[in-house]
Design a protein around this ligand. Structure first.
Ligand SMILES: Cc1ncc(COP(=O)(O)O)c(C=O)c1O
Length: 275
């Protein structure tokens, strides 16, 4: 089971195992977990729940209340169903949280937790495919799971990252790139989007923002944006229609130039002006 909106590769990962991925629609007012929909979909066949916070594509960070509620539901359901339910927490954006906040370390709240991490965001190392899975030592079969993860990695064709990058990352485990640029860029985009009349939830982290498109067909909206040299990703790729994702892992100067293009785009195509 997966709580949307989600990183599209999850489908392949889950389906390769023979498991079934069920998607829980998000609460689009907040992009926190839609607990009503989650409770509706939970059933005794559920073996694992997959979450991603800070989230790609919404940029939202789950609050402590959301995490507490999720973990408490899962604990109750483990009792009710009489079997373990694993919480797979995909956290590659763990360090990219705005407003001086720290993101909640979910494994502290739930024993049967597997924390998945990638260095590609905190160290700006996309393409190196280097990260780890930390299995909570209190999880059921923790020792076996830790060993099996290495085997799964080989089984899906990703043997291991080059030893040179493994050695390099081991030297700088405590460091990150300058992540402050993402917060600056996110603020700039959010403020302009609001002034242009977009419906958008303020990102709490990552380098994404996920506004509602100005027409129902997000793919058509993004195609029109290309005329203005704006590369937007329609939300259909993330399991929902009507939204689009902007990524701002770029120089602030480029974001500022893009804002001018965005203003022209919405004025010329949709007649919307800066408020
Ligand atoms: C939510 C999420 N999980 C996992 C990944 C994979 O990260 P990588 O393959 O760069 O290590 C990404 C990358 O965009 C992501 O957004």
């Amino acid at each position: 089971m997966r709580l949307v909106y989600y990183f599209p590769e999850y489908h392949q990962y889950v389906e390769q195992t023979g498991a079934v991925l069920k998607v829980v629609p998000a609460d689009t007012n907040t992009f926190q977990i839609n607990f009503e929909a989650f409770l509706d979909i939970l059933n005794p066949n559920v073996q694992a729940v997959l979450i991603n916070t800070p989230n790609n594509p919404s940029g939202i960070v789950y609050s402590k209340d959301t995490i507490n509620k999720l973990c408490s539901i899962l604990k109750d359901k483990q009792e009710e169903y009489g079997h373990d339910i694993f919480l797979i927490s995909d956290e590659p954006y763990r360090e990219i949280v705005f407003g001086g906040e720290d993101s909640v370390y979910i494994s502290k709240y739930y024993d049967n937790c597997l924390s998945c991490y990638s260095f590609s965001k905190s160290l700006s190392l996309p393409g190196e495919r280097i990260g780890y899975i930390a299995v909570n030592p209190k999880a059921a079969d923790a020792d076996i799971i830790a060993v099996i993860c290495g085997q799964i990695s080989r089984g899906i064709g990703h043997n291991c990252p080059a030893s040179s990058i493994q050695l390099a990352v081991a030297e700088i485990l405590e460091l990150t790139s300058d992540l402050s640029v993402y917060e600056t860029n996110g603020e700039l985009l959010y403020n302009t989007l609001v002034k242009l009349g977009f419906q958008v939830v303020k990102p709490g982290g990552t380098f994404y923002i996920f506004p509602k498109a100005l027409e129902e067909d997000a793919a058509a909206f993004c195609l029109k944006a290309r005329k203005y040299n704006l590369i937007l990703v329609p939300s259909d790729n993330f399991g929902v229609s009507g939204y689009f994702r902007m990524a701002y892992c770029i120089d602030t100067e480029k974001v500022i130039r893009s804002l001018e293009a965005l203003e022209r785009f919405v004025k010329e195509e949709y007649g919307q002006h800066l408020l």
